[in-house]
Design a protein around this ligand. Structure first.
Ligand SMILES: NC(=O)c1ccc[n+]([C@@H]2O[C@H](COP(=O)([O-])OP(=O)(O)OC[C@H]3O[C@@H](n4cnc5c(N)ncnc54)[C@H](O)[C@@H]3O)[C@@H](O)[C@H]2O)c1
Length: 294
């Protein structure tokens, strides 16, 4: 009898392993599943995630740790960052907290020195730290604009600047930037935010082209609305937050907001070797928001 494709590729053995209920294995079940089904594994890799103390960044850090990576949880908010580290360790993963304000160039340089000294070049860098703002040009001050630019754009530049050279020297690595639907299309009432996220999409594409043959890949994620403290803060800026929530759900074609883990799953793909042919891409994860008119 002809072997099935899975058997022909040597995967047949997996079906002969007796089924083990994941709970019976405690916190290590995820690592075992990565041993048995090694796609999207980050075993033996070091990843740094900025803004990993909350929302999407925390979900990315937790997902990477579950996939076997040592995760450096970098955040300006020590309480949030330490909470992410504790969650990861409770689940049997490896993580350390690194205090970091991405706008502080000297702080970025000193973090890179520590990371390189202890762990060597990063395998994965996620530039996730970011802040939002509601406003048109008429209601956005120059200082609002500067603050968003400093964190969202210059912060991504600062962190990438200190970690890219060692990745290039080693000839491999994956850089993942958090853009947004607002980095692909104009978004009403988000002037400063939209400008910074368009900049991140442009930064991603230019960086990817500059180093396309180096082995370092650069991509960005473009989420639609995702239920995190970030969105809750934006809702509080509206006179009627409940109506604003319904309106925000309605911008996705599927009628709901995303969950942080749905963005983390895409980050895991871009971090893993399974995305080895993907660079310079802006991946929409937006419930169909940018698919067309609906
Ligand atoms: N939530 C959404 O709907 C959504 C949609 C598209 C894109 N994004 C992007 O995803 C990223 C994460 O968003 P979130 O919703 O998880 O936000 P969040 O507010 O829940 O988390 C952001 C984290 O970044 C940290 N941070 C802020 N300024 C920092 C600085 N200067 N240095 C270091 N850390 C800093 C915060 O302390 C926080 O832990 C942002 O870049 C955001 O623009 C979010």
């Amino acid at each position: 009898m002809r072997p099935t494709l899975a058997e022909a590729e040597g995967c047949g053995k997996v079906s002969k392993i007796p089924a083990i209920h994941p709970r019976a294995l405690g916190p290590f079940h995820l690592r075992l599943s990565h041993y048995l089904f090694p796609m999207f594994s980050l075993a033996g890799k070091t990843a740094l995630v900025t803004g990993a103390g909350s929302g999407i960044g925390a979900a990315i850090a937790e997902t990477f740790a579950q996939a076997g990576a040592l995760v450096i949880v970098a955040d300006v908010n020590a309480a949030g960052g330490n909470e992410t580290v504790e969650t990861i360790r409770r689940l049997g993963g490896q993580a350390v907290f690194a205090p970091l304000n991405v706008t502080d160039e000297a702080g970025c340089v000193s973090l890179a020195e520590q990371v390189h000294g202890q762990h060597g070049p990063l395998d994965v860098l996620v530039n996730n730290a970011g802040v939002g703002h509601v406003g048109t040009l008429l209601t956005t001050s120059g200082s609002d604009f500067d603050r968003l630019y400093a964190i969202n754009v210059r912060g991504t530049f600062n962190v990438t600047k200190v970690f890219l050279p060692s990745m290039l020297a080693r000839g491999r690595g994956s850089i993942i930037n958090l853009s947004s639907t607002a980095g692909l299309e104009g978004l009403k009432d988000r002037l400063a935010y939209g400008v910074t996220k368009h900049a991140i999409t442009g930064f991603t594409r230019c960086l990817a082209l500059d180093h396309a043959t180096s082995g370092v890949r650069v991509n960005c994620l473009c989420p639609g609305r995702v239920e995190t403290p970030f969105v809750k803060a934006r809702l509080a800026e509206y006179p009627d937050p409940k109506a604003a929530y319904q309106e925000m759900c309605g911008t996705q074609a599927n009628g709901r907001m995303g969950q942080p883990k749905e963005i983390a799953a895409a980050a895991l793909y871009l971090a893993s070797d399974e995305s080895s042919f993907v660079t310079g891409s802006a991946l929409s994860i937006d419930g169909g928001w940018t698919a067309g008119m609906f």
